[in-house]
Design a protein around this ligand. Structure first.
Ligand code: ACK
Length: 307
């Protein structure tokens, strides 16, 4: 397949390494590292980019991280939507580490943005640092919340049309640019359902249990309808300004909790109308959940009515 080794340099996307200047690290974790970079020799002058690359210790993981990064690269080549992170290029020649160049989102993850918008001061050190780094506390309004949800639903509807299942839809994987445009990102776990229909092995890394639909937890089945379940949890995160879902519940107890029909409660600042949307996303039967296209229409209506 396209992600097999040895690497095949793709002239459509390859960027000469000397056109890329690397700056500070802006993120790191399970998935690898993200650096800020400058792409020189661009038509419109130098451009800031996000550079996704492997952690230096990645080789020890049996190449799983490299495989995920390359599979994300391949997926991103085929997507083109304002609410999905854009691929700008890649450095894949054997002279250096694989670098995937993505559009830069100056406001960082939606989760971080929601946390910074909280009134209460936090004693979470990371949170406090985040606040300092990215300036003022942004104002949050119900309309802004619906607008974020609407944008994400549009991006997910587009991905669904391409038969792409995200598998890790959560506020931590949505990025925001300076114009408050939401960009769905982190395709590391995504798989094309047609090409890879039999794919069911969970990657060795952490599994986002509290965002997962019952059929994903029990049967490892992932579809656009399991993404809709995760979208419901994302709506809940929006309404709680980045709250932790099912806090105090052990991941191991989630299957039984959901099987017993328990669901996240309506957050304080969530309209009954929006909570009904969440509840729709959390139907046990996948076919009873709305499609992303329907969610777009519902959220569109809420925006139009100014709720
Ligand atoms: O909230 P953050 O500062 O913004 O922390 C996360 C971190 O890397 C891990 O994902 C940041 N990040 C990832 N991709 C991008 C990007 N394309 N533009 C800006 N920041 C990014 C993200």
């Amino acid at each position: 397949g396209p992600v097999g080794l040895p690497l095949q340099v793709d002239p459509r996307w390859e960027v000469p390494r000397h056109h890329l200047i690397l700056h500070e690290e802006i993120g790191s974790g399970e998935f690898g590292r993200v650096l800020r970079g400058t792409l020189t020799a661009e038509e419109k002058g130098p451009a800031t980019v996000a550079v996704k690359t492997l952690r230096s210790s990645a080789s020890s993981a049996g190449g799983a991280e490299l495989r995920d990064l390359l599979s994300e690269l391949e997926l991103l080549k085929d997507v083109d939507h304002p609410n999905v992170i854009r691929l700008l290029g890649a450095c894949t020649d054997p002279e250096g580490p694989v670098c995937v160049l993505l559009e830069y989102c100056g406001l960082g993850s939606l989760r971080g943005y929601l946390h910074r918008s909280r009134w209460t001061d936090t004693d979470d050190a990371d949170d406090a640092l985040d606040k300092q780094d990215k300036g003022e506390r942004p104002a949050m309004t119900p309309r802004k919340i619906i607008s974020f949800a609407w944008q994400i639903a549009k991006g997910m509807d587009y991905l669904g049309q391409l038969k792409l299942v995200h598998r890790d839809l959560a506020s931590r994987n949505i990025l925001l640019n300076e114009n408050l445009v939401c960009k769905i990102s982190d395709f590391g776990l995504s798989r094309d359902v047609y090409v890879d229909e039999a794919y069911c092995k969970l990657s060795a890394g952490k599994v986002p249990v509290k965002w997962m639909a019952p059929e994903s937890l029990l049967l490892r089945v992932y579809t656009s309808k399991s993404d809709v379940w995760s979208f419901g949890v994302l709506l809940w995160e929006l309404c709680t300004l980045g709250g932790a879902p099912y806090s105090g519940v052990a991941p191991h107890d989630m299957v039984a909790l959901l099987a017993a029909g328990q669901r996240l409660a309506r957050p304080e600042h969530c309209s009954r109308e929006l909570y009904r949307v969440m509840q729709g996303c959390w139907q046990s039967e996948p076919q009873e959940r709305p499609h992303f296209a329907q969610l777009v229409t519902i959220l569109d209506g809420m925006l139009a009515r100014g709720s």
